[in-house]
Design a protein around this ligand. Structure first.
Ligand SMILES: Cc1cc2nc3c(=O)[nH]c(=O)nc-3n(C[C@H](O)[C@H](O)[C@H](O)COP(=O)(O)OP(=O)(O)OC[C@H]3O[C@@H](n4cnc5c(N)ncnc54)[C@H](O)[C@@H]3O)c2cc1C
Ligand code: SF4
Length: 329
């Protein structure tokens, strides 16, 4: 059989959130939520993950749409990245998220891929995606962290047996915007800060988020506080076509004249979770937005980094991205 054909599975297409939650509960470990499928289908085609049934969320109208809420925005988890990148209200109030969404993958993938799926996507470590039995897959070794390991995409911070990074471009933007995720589950609804949503391998090596089985992200909320702030997003990739970030940065600055009154600076692809740079934020708040402040920010951006064999280049890359983010927001 060709490896391009997906193994068969049952397909459920609920049109209500309640229906999807019930299906997830009933199917338990045999079920798999699918939104745009752009992360999931790779797993199935490679036969590295083989759920018995898919719960397709794409027919649930309640999970779609971009709405104003409490002076901020509520973005349905099933909104596509194209919708977010092209939304006038996202572009005018929270440009950093529109720019991040616009830098994901290719136009075709952004047309199908959703914000919820982008935030919930799994690690992209080559070894893990190839289906090997590494720590993250429940085995007892890390293939990337060996003398022969290919690890130039891997982490600078937060290693704990696994050295994979968050591959999401929108995650740093949502954390920079102090976003929250609305999560529906068997026990009802909970709202979680984006900063708490992502988890590293020291917390649970088999998951990238706090989502429990059967839980569904219904929306992402962005608070009024950061609407219309000064923003910066930059992503560096190996190739000038679709590619995952080697490092990306999302920044939000609130100004008082020429002085930085408040700031959030977050890097992706340097840790398993989006890395909020609190030391940088503290160093720049109360300072003028100029070259000198940007230089200080760059100097401390990667403090504490512990590169592995082939990813040392990420340290100056991160420093320069943060310097530019503070100078050019
Ligand atoms: C060629 C290629 C290039 C790519 N390049 C990039 C890139 O540059 N940057 C980047 O960030 N990503 C990239 N990706 C990854 C992919 O584009 C994103 O992960 C995409 O946004 C996933 O969204 P989706 O809706 O298609 O997810 P799906 O595949 O449907 O879901 C992904 C995961 O999230 C879970 N999930 C989805 N929605 C929900 C929800 N509402 N609640 C709970 N769980 C949910 C699913 O169960 C699954 O585990 C790339 C993918 C491909 C194939
Ligand atoms: S970095 Fe993590 S995902 Fe990659 S091989 Fe090591 S344990 Fe597996």
């Amino acid at each position: 059989m060709s490896r391009d054909m997906m193994p068969s599975f049952e397909l459920y297409q609920p049109d209500t959130l309640e229906g999807a939650l019930k299906l997830s509960k009933d199917l338990d470990k045999d079920g798999w939520l699918v939104a745009g499928g752009q992360d999931s289908y790779d797993w199935f085609k490679d036969r590295a993950k083989r759920p018995g049934a898919l719960v397709d969320l794409s027919g649930i109208a309640a999970l779609k749409g971009i709405r104003e809420k409490d002076g901020g925005l509520e973005i349905g988890a099933l909104s596509t990245l194209t919708e977010i990148a092209e939304s006038e209200v996202v572009k005018s109030k929270y440009t950093v998220l529109a720019r991040a969404a616009a830098r994901v993958a290719s136009p075709q993938i952004r047309n199908a891929a959703t914000l919820g799926g982008n935030l919930c996507q799994d690690a992209r470590c080559w070894y893990y995606r190839a289906g090997v039995d590494c720590y993250r897959a429940g085995g007892n070794t890390c293939y990337a962290d060996t003398p022969q390991g290919q690890n130039r995409e891997h982490c600078l911070f937060g290693a704990s047996r696994c050295i994979a990074v968050t591959p999401s471009d929108t995650a740093p933007a949502v954390v920079a915007l102090e976003g929250t995720l609305v999560i529906a589950g068997p026990q009802g609804e909970r709202v979680v800060a984006a900063e708490e949503f992502f988890i590293g391998p020291a917390v649970d090596i088999t998951r990238m988020t706090i989502l429990k089985p059967g839980e569904i992200v219904t929306a992402v909320r962005l608070p009024a506080k950061w609407a219309g702030a000064k923003f910066y997003f930059e992503k560096v990739t190996d190739r000038a076509t679709w590619d995952f970030a080697l490092v990306n940065v999302a920044a939000a600055l609130i100004m008082d004249g020429t002085t930085i009154k408040d700031a959030r600076v977050v890097c992706g692809a340097v840790e398993c979770i989006p890395r909020r740079l609190k030391a940088v934020e503290q160093a720049i708040i109360g300072q003028p937005q100029n070259d000198e402040t940007a230089m200080v920010a760059g100097r401390i951006a990667a403090q504490g980094a512990t590169p592995v064999q082939y990813n040392g280049y990420k340290v100056p890359l991160m420093e320069n991205l943060v310097r530019r983010a503070v100078r050019d927001s």
